[in-house]
Design a protein around this ligand. Structure first.
Ligand code: ATP
Length: 231
């Protein structure tokens, strides 16, 4: 269970996130949606310890992680898939995965098996230099790398970014499979229509605040969502 309450974050004088509260119950699949610059990434980066919030609290399974660094939060069970994938380009697929498992809590072989089951393509390409792979394959690797730490809560920043629609579908099928396996997921997406097809609950952000929230069926019927995000 992830709980964010009254989180605010700034860049100098710019208030990028203002009193954001949200929850991801254990086993749930939740999204933060909104346009470019709405504050989604800053919210996510504040949750995982990559940006220091100015106010508010973040708890993971009841423990306060608000002032911890990313590596500490990872050890407590949060997996992070950054925007732009950030794979270590000169290393092979398997080396990237091994590197990440050191940040986690052991059980390397078990996690590797899970990653290769989810993405057979990564198993086929395990000795491939990751910087030479396609954007879709690198996105799979970025997700696989986060899974190597055995996260209870997996947070993903814009996994569809820069990918062809057919590849986005492939990546999202894998994310849905993870959810079916019981993985708790928090997804940040600009592509609201694809996110609303797969998540159970979504929050819409605008100018740093949450302006709407609900179940996809209800949100899709909202004129505001239709006009601003699905039109
Ligand atoms: P995107 O989809 O483009 O990542 P977003 O919804 O994730 O957008 P943020 O990246 O969180 O939005 O940005 C929120 C606000 O903070 C924007 O006004 C943006 O210009 C500003 N901002 C983001 N990063 C920085 C930074 N490093 N320095 C200064 N301002 C920033």
């Amino acid at each position: 269970m992830l709980t964010v309450s009254e989180l605010s974050a700034s860049y100098g004088a710019i208030r990028a996130v203002d009193k954001v509260s949200l929850q991801v119950p254990a086993g749930a699949f939740v999204a933060i949606l909104g346009s470019n610059g709405a504050g989604k990434s800053t919210t996510l980066r504040s949750i995982v310890g990559l940006h220091r919030p100015i106010r508010g609290t973040v708890t993971l399974n009841g423990g306060d992680v608000s002032r911890l660094a990313l590596h500490q939060i990872v050890r407590l069970g949060m997996g992070f898939v950054p925007e732009g994938r950030m794979v270590v380009a000169p290393l092979t697929v398997e080396e990237n995965l091994r590197l990440s498992s050191h940040a986690g809590r052991g059980r390397h072989a078990e996690h590797l098996e899970r990653v290769f089951q989810l993405f057979p393509r990564l198993k086929e390409r395990r000795r491939q230099i990751s910087g030479l792979m396609s954007g879709g394959e690198q996105q799979m690797l970025a997700i696989g790398r986060a899974l190597m730490t055995g996260p209870e809560m997996l947070v993903l920043d814009e996994p569809s970014m820069g990918l062809a629609p057919s590849i986005v579908d492939l990546v999202f099928e894998a994310i849905v499979d993870l959810h079916k396996q019981g993985q708790s997921l928090l997804l940040v997406e600009q592509n609201a229509s694809i996110a609303l097809e797969v998540v159970e609950y979504a929050y819409f952000m605008k100018r740093g605040s949450i302006v709407l929230e609900g179940k996809p069926a209800d949100l899709r019927n909202s004129p505001e969502v239709m006009e601003a995000y699905l039109g």
